[in-house]
Design a protein around this ligand. Structure first.
Ligand code: PLP
Ligand code: SF4
Length: 342
């Protein structure tokens, strides 16, 4: 695929006053019915054993469905979003990384020195079947003003914190006005110098990356990093490549984290393609996470030994900066835990 070096502004980024932005329309029009998804992909309902779990339903933007291969029940993008009967297993935990115990009422997670994670919303554009937050009782108030006040107070009182990570859910489902308020309030705290946004939207709903959003993200003294979340090279096509270039051109540092997922990306060739594709879009690989052992997702689990073998094969073929760190989240540790060769 040829990457266009010119940063063009797609029509979707230009909105008349009062008109609903294209990304909000796309967010409303996500696919939520597994049968419709199969139909869009020309798959018969009996070829794939689907399920309809109430606690964590199918949710996928049509722009993401467009990147799946019709007729392929094993498409690596489809497997990430389609609820399957395999999920009914009771193996695994409801809160595998002990976030509930660590989260304060204001939605702040302060587990590691120097940085805090702020849950800005429980909503996401996509429901990833392997998500460790799929059983998380967010309530609907994590983005309320009172909670933000409380979070700001906590950060103000602790001068050891230098970086705030906006997470969720997905912080970019918030609209520009809300994000601008959060960023402005954080920038008033002297000891905060960095803001990081963990988001899957550049990959699953690229229309969200508008010119207006880029302005909100860069109209601040805070050093801005965005950690996107791509698991497979097929997720990054022309539209995604263009918005990543736009973010990079705005001066935002771009990193990627992936989850190692059985049948989706559990081989060296797939992950090498992903690293190279990311690099072509100015994104460097950051973490490759082993699956958090969450109930309903254990069929995605790849063992440590196999993961190390995959990493070794990547190391043998890529420059060091294109090899992600293989990590696992261990509850009550002072950082992510690096997995080294065994
Ligand atoms: C993963 C995580 C971070 C970020 O860790 P880095 O190693 O800095 O990327 C921060 N806070 C919490 C609670 C996390 O789970
Ligand atoms: S976007 Fe992130 S938080 Fe939302 S379902 Fe996917 S992995 Fe979970």
């Amino acid at each position: 695929m040829v990457i266009n070096p010119v940063i063009s502004i797609p029509a979707s980024a230009v909105n008349l006053p009062g008109q609903e932005p294209d990304w909000k329309r796309q967010l409303r029009e996500v696919v939520t019915d597994p049968e419709e998804l199969l139909e869009l992909l020309q798959l018969s309902a009996d070829s794939v054993p689907i399920d309809k779990p109430e606690h964590f339903r199918l949710r996928v933007p049509r722009a993401y469905v467009d990147k799946m291969q019709p007729g392929d029940g094993h498409d690596p993008l489809l497997l990430q979003v389609l609820p399957q009967q395999l999920e009914n297993s009771t193996d695994g935990l409801l809160d595998p990384v002990a976030d509930l115990a660590a989260m304060s009422a204001s939605g702040l997670l302060h587990k590691y020195h120097g940085r805090v994670l702020l849950i800005t919303t429980g909503a996401c554009a996509v429901h990833c079947r392997y998500c460790f937050r799929q059983h998380f009782p967010y309530g609907d108030a994590c983005s309320s003003s009172a909670r933000l006040d409380e979070a700001i107070r906590h950060i103000q009182q602790d001068a050891s914190i230098h970086e705030v990570i906006l997470s969720g859910g997905d912080p970019l489902v918030l609209d520009d006005e809300r994000l601008a308020v959060i960023i402005k309030r954080l920038a008033t705290i002297d000891h905060i110098d960095s803001l990081r946004i963990h988001t899957r939207l550049p990959v699953v709903l690229p229309a969200r990356i508008t010119g207006s959003l880029c302005r909100v993200l860069t109209a601040t003294r805070l050093r801005m990093t965005m950690v996107i979340h791509a698991n497979h090279a097929n997720e990054i096509r022309q539209a995604e490549s263009e918005v990543l270039q736009r973010l990079q051109a705005a001066g935002i540092t771009l990193l990627n984290q992936s989850v190692l997922l059985k049948q989706v990306n559990d081989d060296a060739d797939t992950l090498i393609d992903l690293s190279r594709r990311l690099h072509a879009c100015h994104v460097l690989p950051y973490y490759l996470h082993l699956l958090d052992p969450v109930q309903g997702a254990m069929h995605f689990d790849v063992g440590e030994r196999e993961a190390c073998e995959i990493l070794n094969r990547m190391r043998a073929r890529l420059p060091g900066y294109l090899v992600p760190k293989l990590v696992r989240e261990v509850p009550n540790s002072s950082s992510k835990t690096t997995i080294s060769a065994i």
